[in-house]
Design a protein around this ligand. Structure first.
Ligand SMILES: [Zn+2]
Ligand SMILES: [Zn+2]
Ligand SMILES: [Zn+2]
Length: 258
């Protein structure tokens, strides 16, 4: 393992609707606790030399403004659902002041969706000022972006393959409810894991809180943070207080040095 230091920043930790959800007056959506305000799920992965965002949510622009982020080397996508790709157009700002195309890494399924949903970006005749993107299709082979080493792997989101990523001893998984046994071997040995935990009730495409806790225990990962949280899960503070001491709910703005 290289000695490169990695910082993770949670840009958003909410499910597809975000919290508060438009029109909802539940206790979570009306909570005054800042930790109950969740933009859509995304993280920043940074070394001294390289900055990567995992997914560009509908909140991407505001997330980057909020973190005062002024440098981005690449976008890495997990899967093509709208709450993970919708903000891609706003990489234009980085094109303008970094004076170069944005490198975008996605599996074949996601790359295909990006070409469909952002057709104007990939058109032969381009309107001036649209995003300038270099799209790289990745598979589960190990690769690096700058000095950040990345091991992609596939997890299951109902029937959709989603990429999780291991960066040194940090593993990031959003939008999954099933992990194949051989993939568990890729994850084991991580010191910190991020998993999605949508709500208490079972869901067809996401781990519930209980399922996420038992997976952390099964994989014997010492430290875990849950993300992609629904307003149905409850208030941050009360859920956090019920969790084992090594397992936490993530919240927007949380930073981890891994
Ligand atoms: Zn999602
Ligand atoms: Zn609500
Ligand atoms: Zn999804």
């Amino acid at each position: 393992m290289s000695a490169v230091k990695i910082r993770i920043t949670f840009l958003g930790t909410g499910t597809s609707t975000g919290i508060p959800m438009i029109g909802c007056h539940c206790a979570v959506c009306t909570s005054s606790d800042q930790k109950d305000k969740r933009l859509r799920t995304s993280i920043l992965v940074e070394s001294q030399a390289t900055t990567i965002v995992v997914d560009t949510t509908p909140d991407f622009r505001y997330q980057m403004l909020r973190m005062q982020n002024e440098r981005l080397d690449a976008v890495l996508f997990t899967h093509p659902h709208k709450d993970h790709i919708a903000g891609l157009d706003d990489v234009r700002a980085y094109n303008f002041f970094q004076h170069k195309p944005m490198d975008v890494y996605a599996n074949a399924l996601t790359a295909e969706a990006l070409k469909r949903e952002f057709a104007y970006v990939f058109a032969d005749k381009k309107y001036p000022g649209i995003p300038d993107i270099n799209l790289y299709t990745i598979d589960e082979s190990f690769f690096s972006i700058g000095d950040i080493p990345i091991q992609p792997f596939t997890v299951w989101h109902h029937k959709m393959p989603v990429y999780g990523f291991r960066v040194k001893n940090f593993t990031y998984i959003t939008d999954a409810n099933k992990i194949d046994e051989p993939v568990k071997e890729v994850i084991k040995g991580s010191e910190v894991i991020v998993l999605n935990a949508l709500r208490n009730e079972h869901h067809v495409a996401h781990f519930s809180l209980k399922e996420a806790v038992s997976l952390v225990n099964e994989l014997r990962i010492p430290e875990a943070y849950f993300t992609h949280i629904s307003h149905q899960l409850g208030k941050h503070e009360s859920v956090e207080n019920q969790l084992p001491s090594n397992i936490h709910l993530a919240y927007d703005g949380l930073m981890l040095d891994v």
